[in-house]
Design a protein around this ligand. Structure first.
Ligand code: AVJ
Length: 318
């Protein structure tokens, strides 16, 4: 079968693999197996961000509900909504005490994950209205669901780190325009820290992050009917880029690679030692991040970290 460039994977592969350096959008890491591997990553001893962010949410959820008094919580990239439960509990308690309704709108690109986690949430939070919505929040036309009171848009996990500087600026200004005055934005971001710990978080001993990264090869092989493309021909590389304060994940060819992508009728060659960029994970300075938000039109009202100062939660208001 031949895929036109209107097939998203085909279009991204054609645009990215022949670039210099070759690159593929991070979202292709998250097929079903990739999503399961990422879930495993969040429990690895070296991977601190999920635990630290959960600590902050645990400590601050009630305060966030009181400060914002939001009627609707919109979550970007909700996934399994595990950490969001802390916020939902706090907002649900508040709404119930005041006899108000509260709505949760999880946005995700994966219908399956949205539906399965929404039905679990509906059981656990009978007092909340849940309106799962399939949406790509990185798309240029960002519109938020209507709300009877202030909204709080939450974007957790440090996923903002996957955007490069230009994408981040564009995303934040689109978001600020989509918010109504008085709406809130809650953002999770990983902080710059000791390089050894950063690199270890993306180079775990058990090799789960390596499997997660190398799974991109399998996604390509299957999606584009590739011949001559093997997961075992690639090494996982994660290194710190000090100039751009970000972790970069690459796939490095262990030998000369010669692939034919049947679906796009193209041959792709990669010399031994050459690398493909699969993910960036930018780390932040809290003041710089507050400045970026202000620049976009979101006024920072609070910034909280965990006890170790590893991770940052920022609450801003339009
Ligand atoms: C889900 C994007 C926040 O950048 O830390 C974890 C993804 N990649 N290990 C991150 C990831 C490798 C993660 N985010």
């Amino acid at each position: 079968m031949t895929l036109g460039v209107d097939d998203p994977l085909a279009a991204d592969a054609v645009a990215g693999l022949w670039s210099n350096p070759p690159t593929l959008p991070t979202k292709w890491l998250y097929d079903e197996r990739g999503s399961l591997l990422f879930d495993e990553i969040t429990r690895l001893p070296e991977y601190y961000p999920t635990r630290r962010e959960t600590e902050i949410l645990h400590a601050r959820a009630t305060e966030i509900a009181a400060l914002t008094d939001a009627a609707t919580l919109v979550e970007f990239g909700s996934g399994t909504s595990t950490k969001t439960r802390l916020l939902l509990q706090a907002f649900a308690d508040r709404a119930a005490a005041d006899g108000r309704s509260f709505t949760y709108v999880p946005l995700d690109v994966s219908t399956e994950i949205l539906e399965s986690s929404a039905s679990e949430l509906a059981q656990d939070f009978p007092g909340i209205r849940i309106e799962p919505t399939v949406a790509d929040f990185t798309a240029p036309d960002m519109t938020l669901p209507p709300s009877d009171g202030p909204r709080i848009v939450v974007f957790l996990g440090g996923t903002i780190g996957n955007f490069d500087d230009a994408m981040r600026a564009a995303f934040l200004s689109r978001l600020a325009k989509a918010l109504d005055p008085g709406d809130y934005f809650l953002l999770g971001a990983d902080l710059i820290k000791d390089t050894g710990r950063l690199v270890a978080a993306y180079n775990d001993k058990a090799g789960v992050t390596a499997d997660f990264n190398r799974n991109m090869i399998e996604v390509l092989r299957r999606g584009l009917d590739a011949h001559g493309l093997y997961v075992d021909d690639f090494d996982h590389i994660a290194r710190w880029n000090p100039a751009r304060h970000r972790i970069e994940m690459w796939l490095r060819a262990r030998r000369d690679v010669d692939v034919y992508f049947t679906a796009v009728e193209r041959r792709w060659q990669l010399a031994r030692g050459a690398e493909v960029l699969t993910e960036i994970s930018t780390k932040f300075d809290r003041t710089d991040l507050a400045d970026e938000l202000a620049e976009a039109g979101v006024v920072v009202e609070h910034q909280w970290t965990d006890d170790k100062g590893d991770f940052l939660l920022t609450l801003g208001r339009r």
